[in-house]
Design a protein around this ligand. Structure first.
Ligand SMILES: [Zn+2]
Length: 174
């Protein structure tokens, strides 16, 4: 983790993280790969912060490792929650990536919170065949909403798309 950097090295690390994100997001209208952005940021931070080659290499290697760790965590989370709405995942993924690249002190605790958040959302999902109470249930795949008035109902496959994954709507208009 980046936290072992102190003083000017920490400042340089943060500056480099921000630089990498700028370059990747297409500072000059062209999006760059992480590899390329890291190389550029390494050269830039060495001059800007007057670092030695060794220090700059160390910072770049650490940043690289953190991005790799995050990617693996996100990939694992993605597998685990593959049924989860894609757009939600992408938004969360981007936010997490930005946090690692921008944040002064990215910690695994942030990632754990992200995973817990997803887990909590997944735990609330219901499936075709489940017995549910009165209320409104939204198909995760297509957004079709089923309304039930009875006390006990068996969720069918989605009549619109055949999906089998639902979430209960909290503020259902009955
Ligand atoms: Zn559906």
């Amino acid at each position: 983790m980046a936290s072992h950097f102190q003083g000017r090295l920490r400042e340089a690390y943060n500056a480099m993280s921000a630089r990498v994100l700028d370059v990747m997001q297409g500072e000059h209208g062209v999006r760059q790969s992480l590899e390329h952005a890291l190389m550029q940021a390494r050269e830039w931070v060495m001059t800007a912060s007057e670092l030695t080659h060794e220090e700059a290499d160390d910072l770049a290697a650490t940043l690289r490792r953190e991005v790799d760790e995050l990617s693996q965590t996100l990939a694992a989370a993605e597998d685990e929650f593959e049924d989860w709405v894609e757009t939600d995942l992408l938004v969360a993924e981007n936010q997490a990536l930005e946090r690692v690249l921008l944040a002064a002190d990215p910690t695994t605790r942030d990632l754990m919170r992200l995973k817990e958040m997803w887990a909590a959302q997944m735990a609330q999902l219901l499936h075709a065949g489940d017995t549910v109470g009165a209320g409104a249930y939204e198909c995760v795949d297509c957004g079709e909403v089923l309304h039930f008035d009875a006390e006990e109902n068996v969720l069918p496959a989605c009549p619109t798309c055949g999906g089998t994954c639902y979430r209960r709507l909290r503020s259902a208009v009955m």
